[in-house]
Ligand binder design. Structure first.
Ligand SMILES: Cc1cc2nc3c(=O)[nH]c(=O)nc-3n(C[C@H](O)[C@H](O)[C@H](O)COP(=O)(O)OP(=O)(O)OC[C@H]3O[C@@H](n4cnc5c(N)ncnc54)[C@H](O)[C@@H]3O)c2cc1C
Length: 384
């Protein structure tokens, strides 16, 4: 891995910077937090503009509509869009950051052609139907059942914490196809069209008052077998590919935002507050280390097609660093920290969710211990 930028990469940065300077003034104001139709329109319009200008899917293959550029250019894209305060992926999070990359790695040519260019253009919004009331950390216990009937699967069950379900066109769905098989071996990864009959979406409210999550109830929903990604009962392996993107690369943009917040907080800490300034320095060093790890994960994804289990190290350390930054912000803001309108305060509440989303910190620790450090499996010590 070479961390220096080439002349072509620097030229890409300059060209992108001037494009951003030209188009950003014409982007309309962001819609209200719970105006979901408005948010979908705003996020997908921006995605469409990126696509038209050749900036959608920087490191996605050109055959599926991407730019076919290097992962370094993808990182430059993230750095520059963040610096320029361009819109973030928003409701396109799942499609662009983990469902799309999973399809690139695992889907049939026909599935790629149907979904990938549409995701890049902002014509398809995706959500993720993995978690269930009895299957979060222990995801392999999921019970949503898919029974084969001719050319369809007939699906019944319940999903929970489905972000952006109310505006999604498709869902990356995990179902149980073989109830008698060992639990990790009876799962299948399906593409669920969200307008299929039998789907009911019930929004949930978070502690921050927003409604991006929903419960999704499925009552005899028919999904063509042609929508299966990978073989039947091999969905656990495909889900691990999804997780490697979700944990390894999906949070990079948000980490760049955190670097901005840290710089902003630095301006608020008095010169005389030595302990807060020391903590600022530690946080800066941690974020720099995470940026280096990101470059490593992204270049590994370019070599092997997927970022691998190292994403768990990133996700764990990033969520803990983000929480520490939130704590420092609360201390520095003092009485002003009572206002949820302040971006540092909103960010502090959001940071709590980072240790839960895409697998909790405890689960990431188990993965790091067992799959990276080679320590004994959790089961072997809990059962002794
Ligand atoms: C912001 C956000 C967005 C999300 N979006 C989606 C989405 O779009 N689609 C989706 O499917 N899901 C989504 N989720 C759900 C998320 O994946 C789950 O919340 C997460 O996997 C934890 O599952 P759980 O909530 O059932 O907690 P549980 O699994 O019940 O865990 C409860 C506690 O027990 C601990 N614990 C459990 N098992 C172990 C163990 N073996 N060892 C040590 N500790 C353990 C956990 O770490 C946690 O602290 C989202 C969650 C958040 C916060």
């Amino acid at each position: 891995m070479d961390l220096r930028y080439t002349e072509e990469e620097e030229a890409f940065r300059t060209e992108l910077r001037s494009w951003l300077a030209e188009v950003l003034p014409s982007v309309p104001p962001e819609p209200a937090r719970d105006d979901w139709e408005g948010r979908r329109r705003w996020d997908t319009d921006w995605q469409h503009r990126l696509f038209d200008a050749g900036y959608a899917g920087i490191n996605w293959p050109a055959e599926v509509g991407g730019r076919g550029a290097s992962p370094t250019e993808q990182l430059i894209f993230l750095e520059e869009t963040e610096k320029a305060h361009a819109p973030y992926v928003g409701v396109n999070f799942v499609g662009l950051l983990h469902a799309g990359p999973t399809l690139i790695a695992e889907a049939s040519e026909e599935q790629k052609a149907r979904h990938l260019p549409a995701i890049l253009k902002g014509d398809q919004v995706w959500c993720q139907g993995f978690s269930e009331p009895g299957a979060g950390s222990d995801l392999a216990s999921l019970r949503t059942r898919a029974v084969r009937d001719g050319d369809d699967y007939v699906i019944s069950g319940q999903k929970i914490w489905t972000s952006f379900a109310q505006v999604a066109d498709y869902c990356e769905l995990l179902v149980r196809t073989s109830p008698d098989a060992p639990k990790h071996r009876g799962i299948t990864w399906l593409i669920l069209p969200m307008d299929s009959p039998g789907i009911e979406i019930r929004p949930l409210r978070t502690i921050a008052g927003s409604t991006e999550f929903s419960e999704v109830f499925l009552d005899e929903v028919r999904v063509p077998v042609a929508n299966r990604v990978g073989p039947e009962d091999d969905g656990w392996r495909v889900a691990m590919v999804t997780f490697s993107f979700e944990r390894g690369t999906a949070f990079v943009s948000e980490m760049l935002q955190t670097m901005e917040l840290l710089r902003d907080l630095g301006r608020l800490v008095p010169e005389t507050d030595a302990s807060s300034r020391r903590e600022l320095g530690r946080l800066r060093a941690d974020l720099d280390a995470l940026w280096a790890l990101t470059k490593r994960n992204v270049s590994q994804a370019a070599r092997t097609g997927v970022p691998g289990v190292g994403g768990s190290v990133f996700k764990l350390h990033y969520s803990e660093t983000r929480n520490r930054l939130g704590d420092l912000a609360m201390r520095v803001l003092d009485r002003a920290s009572l206002s949820l309108e302040d971006e540092h305060v909103g960010g502090r509440v959001h940071a709590i969710s980072l240790g839960i989303a895409a697998g909790t910190s405890q689960i990431q620790r188990n993965i790091v211990a067992e799959r990276i450090l080679g320590l004994p499996k959790e089961r072997s010590w809990t059962s002794s």
